[in-house]
Structure formats: structure tokens, C-alpha cells
Write a protein that binds this ligand. Sequence first.
Ligand SMILES: C[S@@+](CC[C@H](N)C(=O)[O-])C[C@H]1O[C@@H](n2cnc3c(N)ncnc32)[C@H](O)[C@@H]1O
Length: 255
Amino acid sequence: MHQYTGKLAVLHPSADDKRKSQELADRLSVPLYETIDKECPEDFFLSWRDGCLKLLDKELLKKGGLVVDIEPRNGEQRSWPAPKQDALAHALGRKTRTVVDATTGWGQDSLHIFRMGYDLTCIERSPVMAELLEDGFKRLEQVDWMRNLQLQSPKLLKGNAIELLATLESKPDCIYLDPMFPPKRRKSALAKKSMVVLRDLLGDDQDKELLFEAALKATGKRVVVKSPDYAEPLGGKPSESYHGKLLRYDVYLKN
Ligand SMILES: C[S@@+](CC[C@H](N)C(=O)[O-])C[C@H]1O[C@@H](n2cnc3c(N)ncnc32)[C@H](O)[C@@H]1O
């Protein structure tokens, strides 16, 4: 796998046990560094810090890094399951039980869907994001409410959803898509740092039309596409749309 060559390295800035970092670097076929100097060609780094796997760019090296955030969102009820009351829950559908998030990324939508009590499977094709998600999902299994309720983190399938969706054992009620759309402006002041880094690392998802077609084939009942409010609907006119802040959930019902 050469997709991260020259772009990403694993950073292990201490002398202690390097084994985990070396294995991570080997899995991703990227170099392992103990220090970084100006000559270093890579722009992104994975590093274990404070018990979490973190993604850093050069700006974040001193400030900390980005992790899969497993904390409930602001305002989200802290018990499980959280109420299904926002635009996303309406888009997923009242009768929906099983959801596949085919574009898991930082897992923020996935974790929200999981906390609302849906039976969730996650798919992510970027090996770097999959490593970060695995770390986040492991941490999630250690938190008190998950242990008390004997819940397991969502299942994570690694690979291209365009292929994986065709291999699902049973059709989920809903397939959720949040591919990377090109930004309206080159640099949006509103974009979250985690999304800026994700875009810089992976680029836009050029094959989202193919992903939509694969999702429509593989779903039992509906496909939900999250898109910025300025973007054209991915699958033509949707059956329903629900509006959030600067975004839209387009719902495509399967006949
Ligand atoms: C905009 S991000 C998703 C953000 C996510 N909804 C969240 O809440 O953090 C898009 C992610 O989908 C992944 N992705 C895009 N197309 C995919 C595909 N065909 N199969 C699997 N993953 C895909 C990208 O690698 C990227 O990590």
C-alpha cells in the first residue's frame, strides 16, 4: 500500500517501547521517526499520546492532535439510548433499526447514531482513519456507561464501501453516506480543523456517485446522504430532505 508514501509518518518521540508504533508504521507502510526536522517530507503524523492514537499535521505537532472523540456531543443526553429527535434521526427514519455508515471518517455521525441506540455497522476505506477509529472504539468500550450496559462498539469494516456493501450478510434498513464534497470556498473559516486535515490527507471523494448507486442497491429501505447546503443532491431529487445547520440530509426511499 503506497498511498501515504511521502505524506505520512508514525512519530514515536520517546525511547520507551516502540513496538506498537513500529507495527503501526509497518501496517501502513510508512516510516517511523523519533524526531522531525525541517527536511522531513511528510506533512502528517500518527502518534500515540496520552493513551490515544492522534493524527497531527505540522501545525498540531506542538499543540496536541486530533483523535476520534468519543464524548457525547454538546446538548446530547448522556444516558443511552439518547432520544431520536434531531434532523439526522428524522432522516434515518422512525422504523429504522439497522444502519450502515459507509463513510465513517472521524466517526462523529456514527457515534451519534450509535448513542441513539441504532444497530450500527461502520465502513471506512482510509487505513489511517480506520486505525484512528479502532483506537476510538476500543476506548469507547472502556467507558463506564458502555461497560455497565454491556454494550460493544460498532463493528468496523475496513475497505471500499462500493465493494463491501455488496457483501453484507443482510440488507440494513438504512445506509448513511457523508462523502467529502468540494468546499464552496478554498478555505472556509467555518470548517472544523478535523475536517480540514481529513480533506488535506485524503482529498475529495471523487467516486461518490458510484457509492450512492452501490448504497441504493444494498439498502433494505433507504439511503441518507448528508451534504453541504450548497451542493446538488447526490442521487437526483430526494424523496425527503431534512435541514440542519448549513447542511442537508437527503433521503432516498427504495421502492
Ligand atoms: C466527510 S468524511 C465523513 C465524516 C463523518 N461523517 C464524521 O462524522 O466524522 C468522509 C469519509 O468517508 C470515507 N469514504 C469515502 N468514500 C468511501 C468509500 N467508498 N468507502 C469507504 N469509505 C469512504 C473517506 O475516507 C472519509 O474518511
